[in-house]
Design a binder for this molecule. Structure first.
Ligand code: SF4
Length: 363
C-alpha cells in the first residue's frame, strides 16, 4: 500500500496543549436587517466589548469582500465577520447522512485555514464568516422536523466551526440551551477549537453531543492553520466529558478522526494519537467515533489550490479512485485496497483502547 502525502511526518512529537488564540476579525459588518433582530443586538454588544471596528451597512447585500487577486479576496474575506439574516432557503432543512437526520446552520464560514477545508467548493463567493442574527427563528424551525418514533438528530457544523466564533456570537450556547429544553431532538457539532469553559455549565441535559476533530499531530501541524493544537483539543474534550454535577453534567462526546490520510508512518502516527486520547479519557465517558478519510472533488481542488497555492496536501487524481454520486458529481477517494487496510487498522486500534465506544461510521 502506497503512502500518499508528500510532506514527511518524521517526528511524532506531541505539541504542548497551547489553545488557539481567540480569533478577532479585522472588520465586523452588520446588515440593517440583522441589527434589527434582538439576537443581532446581543451579538453587537458582544463584539463591541472587544472594541472591534463595526460597520452597519446601508443595505442587506455584503460588498467590498473582493481583492484584486484570489489570494487578496481570501485574506480580506477570512478576516471579516458579517452578521446577516439567514435567507428563507435556510428554513428548508436537508438530511446529512451519515452524520445526522438534518442539518441547520448557525453561521457559514470559518476563520481557520485548513488546507483541505470541507467548505471549499460547497460555499459560494468570498469566504467571509457570516453569522445568522435570526438564530432564534432558525432554532424554532427545527421543531418542524421530527422523524416518527425516534429522537431526531441535527448537525450544526456543516458550514462552520461553531466554537471558533462563539466568543463573538454566543450562538452555540443559545443552541445548546435550546436543545437542552427539547425532548425529541439531539444536537451534534464538531470543532477544532478549545474555548469550552464558558459552555461547560449550560443545562444541555445530555442532548448535545460535542465532537472534537482530531488527526495525527503531523497532519494537523502541516495542514490545519489557525486551529488549536491536537493536545489542547484533547484537553478540551476531557473537560467536556469530565463527570460533574453542575449544568447538564458531563457532555456526551465524540471524536471525529478526519481527514484520515495514509501519510508516511501513518500507523505509528495514528496509534500515538489514540494513545494520547486514551491517557486523557481515563474515566468512563459517553464516547463515539466517526472515521472520515480524505477526499476531494474537482471543484474543491480548484478552490483549495487558489486559496493555498503552495499546499503540500496530496490531491493527485491518478492515485485515487473515483466515486460518482446520483447527481453526476464525482469525488476522489483512496483506492479500495488502501481503504480496507486503513479501516481494519482503525477499527482494531479503537476497539482495543475504547471497547465501550461506538464507531458510528467509516467513510
Ligand atoms: S476548522 Fe473546519 S471549517 Fe474551519 S477551516 Fe478547518 S476544515 Fe474548514
Amino acid at each position: 500500500m502506497k503512502t500518499l502525502n508528500t510532506f514527511s511526518t518524521g517526528d511524532t512529537a506531541i505539541e504542548p496543549g497551547k489553545p488557539a488564540k481567540l480569533w478577532m476579525p479585522k472588520k465586523v459588518l452588520f446588515t440593517p436587517d440583522a441589527i434589527k433582530e434582538p439576537f443581532g443586538e446581543k451579538i453587537y454588544e458582544r463584539v463591541n466589548q472587544y472594541n472591534l471596528p463595526i460597520e452597519v451597512l446601508k443595505n442587506n447585500r455584503l460588498t467590498g469582500l473582493r481583492g484584486e487577486t484570489e489570494r487578496e479576496t481570501y485574506q480580506l474575506a477570512k478576516s471579516t465577520l458579517a452578521i446577516v439574516n439567514a435567507p428563507p432557503s435556510a428554513f428548508k432543512l436537508r438530511p446529512i447522512p451519515p452524520s445526522a437526520d438534518f442539518q441547520f446552520h448557525l453561521a457559514e464560514g470559518c476563520p481557520a485555514h485548513c488546507q483541505y477545508c470541507y467548505l471549499a467548493g460547497s460555499l459560494q463567493g468570498p469566504p467571509a464568516i457570516r453569522v445568522f442574527a435570526n438564530l432564534p427563528s432558525i432554532l424554532q424551525n427545527t421543531l418542524n422536523y421530527k422523524l416518527p418514533g425516534k429522537v431526531t438528530s441535527f448537525e450544526a457544523s456543516c458550514y462552520t466551526d461553531p466554537l471558533s466564533i462563539e466568543h463573538l456570537t454566543g450562538s452555540l450556547a443559545e443552541t445548546i440551551q435550546f436543545f437542552g429544553n427539547r425532548h425529541d431532538g439531539h444536537l451534534r457539532f464538531v470543532t477544532k477549537f478549545t474555548a469550552v469553559d464558558p459552555l461547560l455549565n449550560i443545562d444541555h441535559n445530555g442532548r448535545s453531543r460535542w465532537r472534537v476533530s482530531l488527526n495525527a499531530n503531523a497532519v494537523s501541524r502541516h495542514l490545519e492553520g489557525g486551529t488549536a493544537t491536537i493536545n489542547a483539543r484533547i484537553q478540551a474534550l476531557r473537560k467536556l466529558a469530565f463527570p460533574r454535577e453542575n449544568g447538564g453534567g458531563a457532555y456526551p462526546i465524540g471524536i471525529v478522526l478526519a481527514p484520515i490520510m495514509p501519510v508516511a508512518n501513518w500507523q505509528e502516527e495514528y496509534s500515538l494519537l489514540l494513545d494520547q486520547i486514551q491517557e486523557n479519557l481515563d474515566f468512563p465517558a459517553n464516547l463515539t467515533f466517526e472515521l472520515i478519510t480524505h477526499r476531494f472533488t474537482p471543484g474543491s481542488k480548484e478552490v483549495l489550490l487558489e486559496w493555498y497555492p503552495n499546499t503540500s496536501l496530496e490531491m493527485d487524481e491518478s492515485s485515487r479512485a473515483v466515486k460518482r454520486n446520483k447527481f453526476g458529481g464525482s469525488k476522489y477517494v483512496y483506492p479500495q485496497e488502501t481503504m480496507n487496510v486503513m479501516k481494519k487498522f482503525f477499527y482494531q486500534e479503537i476497539k482495543d483502547r475504547f471497547p465501550k465506544a461506538d464507531i458510528l461510521y467509516w467513510t
